[in-house]
Design a protein around this ligand. Structure first.
Ligand SMILES: NC(=O)c1ccc[n+]([C@@H]2O[C@H](COP(=O)([O-])OP(=O)(O)OC[C@H]3O[C@@H](n4cnc5c(N)ncnc54)[C@H](O)[C@@H]3O)[C@@H](O)[C@H]2O)c1
Length: 274
């Protein structure tokens, strides 16, 4: 692929020096993109909610079962693979394999995970409370990484209701299941909860770099609003029901198995088409 891209870039440029420099830059960029999304330091630092002073999340070990929602997605596949390769935890993934982008890509990602017998993938929707409940209970889930969502800022202007359903309704469904577990037994069975938020919560904020302490009440998209709604809902469930959570505000993530609607994928496709 590097060769193809370099060739395509060379076609677009006129002087020899410019060709060499451009091809070199794009090759370096592609190599940097091969960096793994997760490393053990990030995973191990994942453990502390600074704003609410919630105790650290116990690290995953051979007794852990991690539920990853949205496991067939871009970030989900990398985390599941990382856990399978570097920990002894069991992984239970769920995904509804929706057609927001090429479903074949999602199935290919999920297929990759069949290589490990510590990983199981289910076709299921997070808004489906009974399915969620049976996964949480039958697999004795100890950690939940909630990545399933309708992603994409632009698409949220076309299909806002998809965000209300997948990002807000499903989020509350999951919180309710955690609350039910907490109510039905002691705290030790309530899985630790980590979920994906987004830099889109900063919306129309102009001061950069963005800080965690910035006001985030100025969303510019339904997507950003839905992620901010998640953060506020998580806060309510912590204050009212004692369910702690850790939010991760991802900024444009890149790497292998990327999303076709994101810039690296789109640029690569355009370059390879000349
Ligand atoms: N990729 C980024 O740069 C980025 C940036 C900020 C935030 N995020 C957030 O990170 C998370 C993962 O993003 P991604 O880039 O991997 O997106 P993705 O679209 O590749 O993955 C999301 C997965 O969730 C699944 N899904 C959607 N709704 C579902 C539902 N109701 N039930 C079950 N599965 C469902 C989809 O089929 C998909 O496979 C999302 O919450 C996204 O909003 C991503």
């Amino acid at each position: 692929m590097q060769h193809l891209l370099s060739k395509q870039l060379a076609k677009l440029t006129s002087t020899r020096l410019y060709r060499v420099v451009s091809a070199l830059c794009i090759t370096i960029a592609i190599l940097v993109m091969q960096k793994p999304l997760w490393n053990s330091q990030i995973l191990h630092q994942w453990t502390f909610n600074r704003q609410q002073n919630v105790p650290a999340i116990p690290l995953v070990n051979e007794n852990s079962t991690v539920l990853i929602t949205g496991v067939a997605g871009f970030i989900g596949i990398s985390v599941a693979k990382f856990l399978a390769e570097h920990t002894k935890a069991k992984v239970v993934g769920m995904d509804n394999f929706n057609d927001y982008y090429d479903v074949a890509l999602k199935y290919k990602r999920a297929d990759l995970l069949s290589h490990w017998n510590t990983v199981q993938v289910f076709d299921g929707d997070v808004c489906d409370a009974p399915v969620l409940r049976s996964i949480l209970e039958d697999h004795h889930v100890t950690h939940v990484l909630h990545l399933a969502a309708q992603a994409g800022v632009r698409y949220s202007l076309e299909q806002p209701l998809s965000y209300v359903r997948n990002n807000i309704q499903c989020f509350v469904t999951l919180l309710e299941e955690l609350r039910r577990l907490k109510g039905s037994s002691n705290d030790s069975v309530v899985p630790r909860f980590v979920y994906a938020s987004s830099s889109s919560v900063y919306g129309g904020n102009v001061e950069i770099p963005f800080k965690e302490t910035d006001q985030v009440d100025n969303p510019s998209s339904v997507y950003g609003f839905s992620k901010r709604a998640n953060e506020l809902l998580a806060l309510v469930y912590f204050k009212v029901f004692g369910i702690p959570s850790v939010e991760l505000r991802f900024f444009t993530v890149y790497g292998p198995w990327g999303r076709p609607d994101m810039a690296p994928y789109k640029f690569t496709a355009s370059i390879s088409k000349g």
